[in-house]
Design a protein around this ligand. Sequence first.
Ligand SMILES: *[C@@H]1O[C@H](CO)[C@@H](O)[C@H](O)[C@H]1NC(C)=O
Ligand SMILES: *[C@@H]1O[C@H](CO)[C@@H](O)[C@H](O)[C@H]1NC(C)=O
Length: 474
Amino acid sequence: MKLMATCSAVAPALLTLLWLSAAPASAAAASAPNIVFILADDLGWNDVSWHNDQVVSPNMQQLVDTGVQLEQSYVQPLCTPSRSAFLTGLYPYRLGRQGPPLADLTPTGLSLKHTLLPERLSRLGYATHMIGKWHLGFCNWAYTPTERGFDTQYGYLLGSEFHFNHSVGNGYDFRDQREPDFTANGTYGTHLFADRAVRIIEEHQGSDQPFFLYLALQNVHSPFEVPDEYLVHYPEVLDENRRLLLGMVTALDEAVGRVVQALKDTGLYDNSVIVFSSDNGGVGMNGESNRPLRGGKGSVWEGGTRAAGFVHSPLLQGTPRVHSGIMHITDWYNTFLALAGESVLPDNDGFNQWESLVDPSVASPRTTFIYNLDYEGEEGMFGAIRLREYKFVISKGRDLAPGKETFPWLFNLKEDPNETTNLVEVEPGLAMAMEILMLEELPNVVPKDHPDGDPAGDPSNWGGVWTPGWCDVP
Ligand SMILES: *[C@@H]1O[C@H](CO)[C@@H](O)[C@H](O)[C@H]1NC(C)=O
Ligand SMILES: *[C@@H]1O[C@H](CO)[C@@H](O)[C@H](O)[C@H]1NC(C)=O
């Protein structure tokens, strides 16, 4: 069955042949594609060249121009929740991760009850590599990448750091596997991450083993730092933050280009799938832009949750193409497992989207998703839900308007993608039905897992390096 699921979208005739000849499991593994998932950090909707021609991102533009541009690919409003959803295939509210990102000293991490994507891929014969930002907990080694299914890990464990000296507060945060790597000090993070990605790809040259590379770049997350060479593209941009931000996009683009070039140079490209996405929208205040979408990072508005992204692979048909099928970041879990040959996909919040990505005539299997869902004492329920083109929002008033009331909104995103016209009073029945769908989900909300910070984790206790070992696991 493994082989069936792997290739059915690609080459049915060949598949039948292989199937009839009862190819051994290792042959199935050899045909499974390499999967490269590149996650940008805080990249705004309007900060990519295919939405804004001011942006210089020629490598990604080339991948879009020959691939599938994702125009309704949704993520969570914040970093930790999005990463949690990606690696579990579950909505963060099922994990207690629907709230704020993990703070540096928060003594917890992504729930250990769930098997993460790399562990599943590993069981299917994949080599698994994590590069860049983790931000899913590190107070105990049990929460860290190499304990959660990644064969290798290179990068940092917290949520953001200085791009050149890799420090966060009073500690250094950069590791190669479990060891602090001080040789990284002084070199721009995105350069290091691209170097390592290229090295890993080169090491796979000629190997039968497929690999999964999770490349979680820090660009374009603050602090705004970038080598001067990337700023020359933007002499006309006078706002300093905007110029730095755009330079960081161009540096990110170069890293993506190097990864693709390495795949081509090693001959691995033909059997690789490259997915690119932002983890959430741009902040919208520091030079990032989600225009024309409403809102930004931290909100369930489209500007916070509708991610710039694309899929590029020689395995895709009918390219180039703009794909408007609804997708959610939880979908990659089952999509990648299906690509890897998993015959029985887990029952989670995601859909296997591969058929709809590969074949222009196949519609997305998804018509609904939950942007976020939570409950707080007297403030009641808040979050947002999607049903086809409709979006219903109950948000905490303080985030969006004066006062503490909650405001229900209903939008028709097909006619009003920028969320300007509230239809709650025009379509009260639909609004109520969508609110009921959310209410029905409330019993599945796991209380937010955000214990108070623990000074035991302070790097001054750990030789100046952010280090696991200061919390117990449940
Ligand atoms: C790291 O770089 C930032 C920005 O230049 C600087 O403010 C900070 O002091 C540096 N930290 C260390 C430990 O060198
Ligand atoms: C990184 O390099 C800077 C500049 O040489 C130095 O001040 C800093 O202490 C170094 N950081 C670590 C953790 O060694």
